[in-house]
Ligand binder design. Sequence first.
Ligand code: BES
Ligand code: ZN
Ligand code: ZN
Length: 518
Amino acid sequence: MDTRLLFQDADAFVIPMLAVFAVDVATGKDATPLPALLTTSDTISRAAERVLSSGEFKASVGETLLLHAPSGIKAERLLLVGLGKAKSLSVDEIRKGAGTAVRTAKPRGFRDIAIAFPEDHALSDEHLEDLPCALMSRALVEGAELADPDYDIYRSDRVDRSLRTLTVIAREAEKATSAETIAGFEEGRIIAAAQNFARDLVNEPGNVLTPTELGKRAASMCAEVGLACEVHSTEKLHELKMGAFWAVSQGSPEPPALIVMTYEPKLEKGGSPQVDAPVFGLVGKGITFDTGGISLKPGDGMEKMKYDMAGAAAMIGAMRAIAQLKPSVKVIGIVCSAENMPDGKAFKPGDVVTAMSGKTIEIINTDAEGRLVLADGLHYAKTLGCTHLIDAATLTGACVVALGKDNVGLFSNDDDTFIQFLSVLRKSGEKYWRLPCTDDYREQIKSQIADIMNTGAHRWAGAITAAMFLKEFAQDTPWLHLDIAGCAWIDEQRSWIAKGPSGIAVRSIVEWVRSYAT
Ligand code: BES
Ligand code: ZN
Ligand code: ZN
């Protein structure tokens, strides 16, 4: 999709469909007032006046109403898009609203649409807090770009209905803040493209996207955006003594891939590298298919386990955006990719393996494989000089039981790092909920046979015991763990996004890294 931003009057723009946002301004006190449009254009307001006064349209989030041949404006159709209650309006609703506009256009075969930039000042302050232009324009592009893909590339009857152009039209009067609006727009484009890149990877079936193929796709992305990238396999795992990562991989004929992507910020002219500068390690779980191994999973729903590499995809996507946004900090992306298979050569419950850090691990369940590959990934990141670690993984079913599909499980060994991460969520619009991983839970991963074991002693707090296991390898390095098992796949399509891979965590990880840059 080609996105552009124009400064002119939306009512004079010739286009098959123009979308304008509406909010519900009801406060509950008096007779319910009609929804208000986020536009200062009298022409657009007049065109929508009649249908609005009918009370048929409530402006709830994702609600739409399509008017044909709207009087006085040049667009062939005017689409009203609800953003919900004015009082609680945030950039998230704008992201969803833009997505809803795109997903209304697609099935109707419109290839070119326009969206009127939301003019929050069209309403009085009692209704609405001022939202920064940069964030609004960023959310608009993100929402539209994320709404465009449908995951049907393997269907022979597929019709490509993706949009050709999206024009966001801000009024001439908004030009005062145009620099911010344009900057937000560019950022949104980069970040959404990176998130869509991650989603495409997650959508691939396990037979197409093997660890080797994941390595190839990461390498070609890196070449495209100017990142250094190394893709290693079995030999390197042995050389680095990554016994935990190798244990998972050994049951598959598909070789593992250890992908290392490096972003180095450009030094200011005449500047010298800062000695104590932070280095960020982004570590992703890249299980391209998780059968459970010898502790085989039940067959029902097993096909979903192709998305067990969504953490890896998030890190690859994040690196793509980082390469283009160029923050002034160094970032290393590490992906530990393998296929978890049952086989004569597979690792078994009862095996003891030695991780790269030297810790010995008793295997209780071969289906708890994500923490094993991440253990070596996290330790490796530290040996490469990372001072701050973040991992993303579809790690536990227990996290899905605890938080469902709306919040990612967030764990950290460091409150400051946690707070820094929280502070970027307004921008990214993703939801995270912190769960504990204090040493109270340490007891549960102690083993009789080895230093630790790869599952908890009992089935309580499964997401936490998994995090406790990872914490053993992060040690004192500030670390965040994102358990994205519940949020990586969208089961039901929404008015603003297709069902399928979500691309969760890309936006927040990128923003978190950028929040440390000068
Ligand atoms: N990949 C799964 C976790 C998962 C579950 C991801 C549901 C997405 C949706 C992981 O490798 C796994 O199987 N974990 C086990 C751990 C258990 C054996 C301690 C689980 O959650 O059941
Ligand atoms: Zn598993
Ligand atoms: Zn898994």
